[in-house]
Design a protein around this ligand. Structure first.
Ligand SMILES: Nc1ncnc2c1ncn2[C@@H]1O[C@H](COP(=O)(O)OP(=O)(O)O)[C@@H](O)[C@H]1O
Ligand SMILES: [Mg+2]
Length: 487
């Protein structure tokens, strides 16, 4: 298996490397410059020292007074200037003073050429000598001494060794500081690189998460990336694609549901038609016969009551068959323009007596600007009747039904929204899915086709019906009907 190295690790590595290289080379240049400057300074100082030695002993050199020079030399030798040697005009050592016994090679002869002139630069060299068992870096400088009478031949020369340890100590200080700066830069580099890598890769992580989610079929959340770069573009096209997929899936599910519903209705229809046909005729003759028998005057009241109950039962069976056929029959809609108020009011009128018997209060609100709807009036009335009947059945005596009609705009289309709510017991969560299914009923003598029929009609009109949210007790049904012509 190939080792997986994340983008952020790679970014951190390369950015850190680059920062280190950059910082390192800058620091290296700074330290080289510093070393060169310090070295130049040391050389100038050594020259000045040699010149001041020459000037101090000038008289003694020409007199000549070897003892005076010797004394001077001994007085001035220390760790900082471990050796001073005066040479005569032939280049032999004349006065020597040194902290470095046994290193004859240092005093061995002058380092200046025989024919040195006033304009020649002094001899200068860096070297390592041994003092008390340890190496000491010194700058060795030798300058010629010329007589005052403009003669061009050198009279003597003086050579000194100046310790470079103070200079190197300073250079080490500088290096230490630069090293600290370098370490700080390194840490900053890593921190910065990590931050930068995170900034760059966070949207990528989100994108990956999003695509993983989508690949698992979860289209619910869009990828939240607002950046205006390539990753942002990618996220946006992903979101667009997800949206289209979601839309397509919804449409497919919807089509599937409709297909299943259609199939179901078709087979129910066939069955219902057969049953209705087989039952209807015998039922009618049974009904007629009972009615005839009931007309017989000589029957006792109890017998008449029993016959009345039978007729009621037959009525119930007839109503069921009628509703069933209503539900299963596919009928052409006869579309007309209707004011919603009128359809609602007509539905209420049909139920007025039933509602009054139970002392149910109905409150209607019609908003301003309600559009007319293009519907089959009879069928639409059926929808409201079915919903209102359910509300009535759910309510205790003295209950309340409220109907609110208002125009709404959804997806750029004008619609009429009719909300019918009651303060009855409400619909349990587990039943909400099922109440629109044919033959679902929680009532002992319910047929369960009222809401199924209502939904069928509403959907024929390109509308929707659903159970709405209700604050407090009771249930609410929300019906949306397009104001435009139904297709
Ligand atoms: N307003 C309502 N309050 C409470 N439950 C309701 C309401 N409307 C409908 N339901 C529930 O929905 C079920 C299905 O209603 P419906 O299709 O009209 O059949 P039915 O009225 O014959 O039972 C009812 O049995 C009832 O449980
Ligand atoms: Mg009903």
């Amino acid at each position: 298996m190939k080792l997986k190295i994340s983008i952020s690790t790679r970014l951190v590595f390369w950015i850190t490397l680059l920062v280190c290289l950059l910082f390192g080379s800058v620091l290296f240049v700074i330290q080289s410059r510093e070393a060169a400057i310090l070295s130049e300074e040391a050389e100038a100082r050594a020259r000045l020292l040699a010149e001041s030695l020459r000037d101090a002993n000038y008289q003694s050199l020409f007199r000549p007074d070897q003892a005076a020079i010797q004394k001077y030399v001994y007085d001035h030798i220390d760790e900082d200037m471990p050796y001073i040697i005066f040479y005569d005009r032939a280049g032999r050592s004349y006065v020597t003073g040194e902290l470095i016994p046994g290193q004859g090679d240092i005093e061995l002869g002058s380092r200046l050429p025989e024919d040195v002139t006033r304009d020649d630069p002094p001899f200068s060299e860096e070297k390592v000598i041994q003092v008390r068992g340890r190496g000491l870096r010194v700058r060795e400088v030798e300058i010629a001494v010329f007589p005052q009478n403009n003669e061009d031949e050198k009279w003597a020369s003086v050579k000194i060794g100046m310790s470079l340890e103070p200079m190197y100590a300073k250079l080490r200080e500088v290096q230490k500081v630069l090293l600290l700066i370098g370490a700080g830069g390194f840490l900053l580099g890593i921190a910065g690189a990590t931050l930068l890598a995170r900034r760059i890769t966070r949207p990528i992580h989100r994108l990956v998460e999003g695509t993983v989610r989508i690949s698992k079929g979860d289209f619910s959340q869009a990828i939240a990336i607002a950046s205006r770069d390539e990753v942002g573009d990618l996220a946006r096209s992903f979101n667009k694609m997800t949206g289209q997929l979601l839309h397509a899936r919804d449409r497919m599910e919807d089509a599937n549901r409709k297909l299943v519903q259609h199939e179901k209705l078709a087979s129910i229809g066939r069955m219902a038609a057969t049953i209705a046909h087989e039952i209807r005729n015998p039922l009618t003759s049974v009904k007629l016969n009972i009615q005839k028998v009931a007309e017989e005057e000589s029957f006792a009241e109890t017998v008449k009551a029993h016959l009345g109950l039978s007729l009621e039962g037959i009525d119930q069976i007839e109503r069921f068959i009628k509703e069933l056929l209503n539900f299963t029959r596919v009928q052409e809609l006869s579309l007309e323009r209707w004011p919603i108020e009128q359809i609602v009011e007509e539905s209420l009128k049909l139920l007025r007596e039933t509602l009054a018997r139970k002392k149910v209060v109905v409150e209607t609100t019609y908003a301003e600007g309600l559009p007319q709807i293009h519907v089959d009036g009879d069928k639409m009335r059926q929808v409201f009747l079915n919903v209102l009947r359910n509300a009535h059945e759910a309510l205790e005596a003295g209950g309340k039904i409220s109907i609110v009609c208002e125009p709404v705009e959804e997806g750029g289309k004008r619609k009429a929204r009719i909300r019918i709510s009651d303060n009855g017991p409400g619909i349990p969560e587990k039943d909400r899915e099922n109440i629109f299914e044919p033959f679902f009923s929680t009532k002992p003598s319910g047929f369960g086709v009222g809401l199924a029929n209502a939904r069928k009609i509403v959907e024929q009109h390109n509308g929707t019906i659903r159970v709405g949210k209700k604050q407090g007790r009771g249930s609410a049904f929300v019906i949306l009907i397009p104001a435009e012509e139904a297709t």
